[in-house]
Design a protein around this ligand. Sequence first.
Ligand code: FAD
Length: 565
Amino acid sequence: MTLLTTSPAEISANVGLDADTLKMMLQAIKDFVTHAMSDERQLELDHEDVCPVDIVRGMSSEQLGIHLVFIPEECSGMGGGTIDVYRVCEQMGRLDLGLATSVLATFLGSDPIYMGATPDQKRMWLTEIAEQGLIYAYGATEPEAGSDLGAIKTTATPVVEDGKITGYRLNGRKQWISNGGIADKYTILAMAPGGPTWFVMDRNSEGFTPAKPEDKHGIRLSNTAALFLDDVFVPAENLIGLVEGQGLVQAQKVFGYTRLMVASFGLGGGWSALDRAIPYSESRIAAGAPLSTKQGYTHKLIVPHVIRLEAARSYIEYTARRIDAGEGEDGALNTEGAIAKYMATEAGNTAAEAAIQAHGGYGYTREYLVEKIKRDVRITTIYEGTSEIMEMTIARDRWQQNLKSSGHYYPEIAAELRALHARQPDVGAEAAALACQALGIALEACRAGRLTRNQHVLFRLGELIAYAECAGSFATRAAAALDKALPDKSDQRFDPAALAAMSRVFAREAAHKVAYDGLRWVIGAGTGTDMTPFEASLGLDAVNAAQVGLIADMDSVADALYGRA
Ligand SMILES: Cc1cc2nc3c(=O)[nH]c(=O)nc-3n(C[C@H](O)[C@H](O)[C@H](O)COP(=O)(O)OP(=O)(O)OC[C@H]3O[C@@H](n4cnc5c(N)ncnc54)[C@H](O)[C@@H]3O)c2cc1C
């Protein structure tokens, strides 16, 4: 069984592209997009609210072939693994999140096929995407059903001829559908007599009308449109899996994977904003010296955001590797996908916000692009499950695991982290252990006091869980880097010493957050009885003591970022 502290090299995930092919693909994506679209053109398209359909199609043609990464080899694709998909999505997120969304939408659209179709359907539809570069759209959301997909109202009424179902008539409306106005095919979730069911629908089906594109806050290069379905006929063989009522299960099965894709967008978007702020701060002189030399600037606007993004990356890599090792079957890693998405998209969003501030007045104008990136990355905390739904998913699942283990779940992870610390004392594993220890105690206090009857407490626990687990995965990644055991396809931007310093800073933050926020919510939701024993058990002294060296570590992260000795 994979533990949070299992070294990445020991998670057998030898699937997908080889490291050189992945590297070439990442470079080809960058070359293709930057050649097809200068910064000026990107700003123009954003301003005019235009989806560059030619570029979207070009990406999934022989010009680039990005779509092949997502399709299995037996269906004429390249059979990329989850690690490959994360790296590709991060790269797309760095270049333009609108274009990235278009690519994502095709693979969200085909995911119900991947997960739920019969082998023949799968071969037919996925091969068609591989060979023809078809654009798909994923039609789940409705005006009154987003987070709660069980509330969909679109209906699928069987058409019966000679006692046999020959097809279905779809009626309803879908809302906020990426690629909605430009797709060749659509996967539509509709309520059949047997329950929610996915259908593949052709663009030119009679009775189908896409609405005009939405006028959005960001990702304005992505086409988002409502879909009107007015008695649209789909043949019975277009029911994915040929059995009604499997739709929500099929949608659930892929969340671990699809949420990693959006997590990678958050990572890419956040990094692309910081990668503009970092050089800007080296050239901008204030009070006689570059901003990059000013601790009050770097330690607020750059360093913590780099660290949170890299903490999230650690969790993305950990989850992707486990999915590639076959642990993600039937939605088994949906909670991990939720943690990755939550941490990476929240970090990406705050990083982009900080990058505007880091550019001062220039950041507030369009020219420096960080303003656009900030608007673009904002969507990542909303689509594919909002941050609040992620908090709920994380908290509910881990709550159950904690109950099942009679409260031992996090104390056991804390013990693993202490063992890691004993072997590798420089990666923040001890502080990460303090976070997990305090988390276990807070969960137990919530159980004893029945405090999760307050939804807010439950959701805040979701956040604390995500921080504690990310701290554990970061310490594990930093230890692997020090051991020279990071797999080839992992991101290699930082050297082991820089990663270790980042991990130490993040682990301190996690320990402090879990202990002090945990204390606050338990006391805040409690009945006012004496909380001294609970407070004493949280290990606040140790958490405080762990903060020693924080500023020095932030200094060394800044030095690594700015290439200072
Ligand atoms: C640009 C864009 C592209 C999109 N692309 C697609 C697509 O391609 N295909 C598709 O099917 N959908 C797509 N969506 C829809 C997207 O996934 C939904 O908007 C999202 O899941 C949220 O649903 P909602 O908008 O109905 O908000 P709601 O579910 O109404 O949520 C509103 C707020 O309430 C909170 N909330 C919801 N439920 C609860 C609860 N039980 N407890 C506490 N708080 C709660 C949410 O976190 C949020 O803050 C897209 C949306 C946008 C904006």
